[in-house]
Write a protein that binds this ligand. Structure first.
Ligand code: PGA
Length: 249
């Protein structure tokens, strides 16, 4: 089955609304592509201006997080209904920075994944191991545990349409990319895990990204792997280099 590639920029906590609009104006002509889905996951305060600035283009806007309740007394949180109402299509869930600094648990992420689908949002669910876990040889077991917990009770029809991002924590923002073999091995293990929990057609349909120091120099080799369907890009998504990553062959 031919899966359409998806390249998403994770802007993290960068860019004021005015700077976001400027960056979109710079990147817009560079990320035109009919072969790849292009997503900018921007800070919450930039979502509305980014939606306006990308209207009529091939760029979709994503959020970087959301809460699992619909509304109410949850000061500081953003609800799935708000994202849907604004016109957001994607939401990153379970990024390792959120798991580490904001103590997000798999149980919460499971609720978030389900809520995202209820509101027509496509989750980009992140998973990944620490360097210590890799050195201990428990990477694949750990990733499978994350996937199984985060997707518990999520129907196959939803999983088939979601995005999973494999991001080894030791490769994020460090300039240390996983080798193509390491990245492919884990992305294949994720696909096999989906086949075990669900079935082959769900596994063949879910899109799996690699993330962690993706740049213009390594993207084409990574994205050419049979189980890697694009990337989740941090640092390089804030630069014209992102255009090269989107259009790498
Ligand atoms: P990086 O970040 O590309 O800067 O390593 C990737 C991510 O955290 O999504």
């Amino acid at each position: 089955m031919e899966r359409r590639k998806i390249v998403a920029g994770n802007w993290k906590m960068n860019m004021t609304p005015a700077k976001a609009v400027e960056l979109i104006a710079t990147l817009r002509p560079l990320v035109e592509s009919s072969d790849v889905d292009v997503v900018f996951c921007v800070p919450a305060i930039d979502i509305v201006p980014a939606l306006t600035a990308t209207r009529g283009t091939n760029i979709e806007i994503g959020a970087q997080n959301m809460y699992f309740e619909e509304s109410g007394a949850y000061t500081g949180e953003i609800s799935p209904e708000m994202l849907e109402g604004a016109g957001v299509k994607y939401v990153i869930l379970g990024h390792s920075e959120r798991r580490e600094y904001f103590h997000e648990t798999d149980e919460e992420l499971n609720k978030k994944v389900k809520k995202a689908f209820e509101h027509g949002l496509t989750p980009i669910l992140c998973c990944g191991e620490t360097l210590q876990q890799r050195e201990m040889g428990i990477t694949l077991d750990w990733i499978k545990l994350q996937i199984k917990s985060d997707l518990a009770g999520v129907p196959s029809s939803d999983v088939a349409n979601m995005v999973i991002a494999y991001e080894p924590i030791w490769a994020i923002g460090t300039g240390k990319t996983a080798t193509t073999e390491q990245a492919q091995e884990v992305c294949k293990a994720i696909r096999d895990c989906i086949a075990d929990i669900y079935n082959d057609s769900t596994a063949q349909s879910v899109r799996i990204q690699y993330g962690g120091s993706v740049n213009a120099g390594n993207a084409s080799q990574l994205f050419a792997q049979p189980d890697i369907d694009g990337g989740l890009v941090g640092g390089a998504s804030l630069k014209p280099e992102f255009g090269k990553i989107v259009n790498c062959k």
